[in-house]
Design a protein. Structure first.
Length: 276
């Protein structure tokens, strides 16, 4: 049997488990593990299947059919053109989150930046690498997430990010910031129960849902942002379903101005919030 034939066979097997991009994932996995470029792969696929190659593919299949996310299997993810480590200590960065970086590039530079919920560290890292922020404080309630963020910060040789374990729902800050950014747990408990199993079972629950109506963190931000944001500062927070915008807007409307920022699908993805 040729390698290509076995790949086709196993991709059809994965399709039966609902893995829609099965064939590409298998190919990417092989290319990564065997260090093949595209030309190398063209030669590889017409070679006869060896025990070593079969075992390699079978290992991937055994993990992926359990709905373990592809990025967790590979332990890396591309974000805004850079490669980062990723595992189940943090959410998998989504391409939609890159929206805020495209938006911030065209804005002024910020001296003092705060990220609440740093996760894997991709946003703070890119804010540093793109020279958007001069000094960055990145916080998270999760110690494992902070350890992963530290690994990514070190990997990219970033020197201007400080990490802090911090619970934004119970603690605040003794300084003010020019830029605050957050992708909080905005999925309601009812919506969490309906998530795809690959998300619900493998990504960290505390980074997905507030175990309530999905608005707890926005309510908290509305109370403290005015005390930790400089007068000309700005707060950006990611939102989930477009239908949640009205609820979030009502939370901030009394003391803040609000502007929607749209992603490449023309869906509202972030809110730009400033003190009135």
């Amino acid at each position: 049997m040729l390698n290509s034939e076995y790949i086709n066979q196993q991709s059809n097997y994965l399709l039966s488990y609902g893995i829609s991009n099965a064939k590409n994932e298998i190919i990417w996995y092989i290319e990564e593990k065997l260090k093949l470029n595209k030309n190398d792969y063209l030669k590889f696929k017409i070679q006869f299947l060896t025990i070593e190659t079969k075992n390699l593919i079978d290992n991937f299949i055994s993990l992926r059919k359990k709905n373990i996310p592809y990025q967790y299997i590979m332990q890396k993810v591309d974000f805004f053109g850079k490669e980062f480590y990723i595992d189940n200590r943090a959410l998998i960065p989504r391409v939609e989150t890159e929206t805020i970086l495209r938006y911030l590039i065209s804005k002024k530079k910020y001296n003092n930046v705060l990220e609440v919920g740093v996760g894997s560290g991709v946003i703070s890292s890119m804010i540093s690498l793109l020279a958007i922020g001069k000094k960055i404080l990145a916080t998270d309630i999760s110690k494992p997430a902070l350890q992963l963020a530290k690994k990514n910060i070190s990997y990219h040789n970033i020197k201007n990010i400080s990490l802090l374990q911090h619970n934004i729902l119970k603690e605040t800050f003794n300084e003010k910031f020019d830029l605050i950014i957050s992708n909080p747990p905005y999925i309601s408990l009812s919506d969490f129960n309906n998530l795809d199993v690959s998300i619900k079972k493998f990504e960290p629950r505390e980074a997905l849902t507030d175990e309530s109506d999905g608005l707890i963190f926005y309510r908290r931000f509305s109370k403290i942002i005015k005390n930790i944001l400089n007068s000309d500062g700005v707060f950006y927070c990611e939102i989930g379903l477009p239908s949640s915008f009205e609820d979030i807007e009502s939370i901030f409307s009394l003391n803040y101005s609000i502007k929607k920022i749209y992603d490449l699908n023309n869906d509202p993805r972030f809110l730009e919030i400033k003190c009135l």
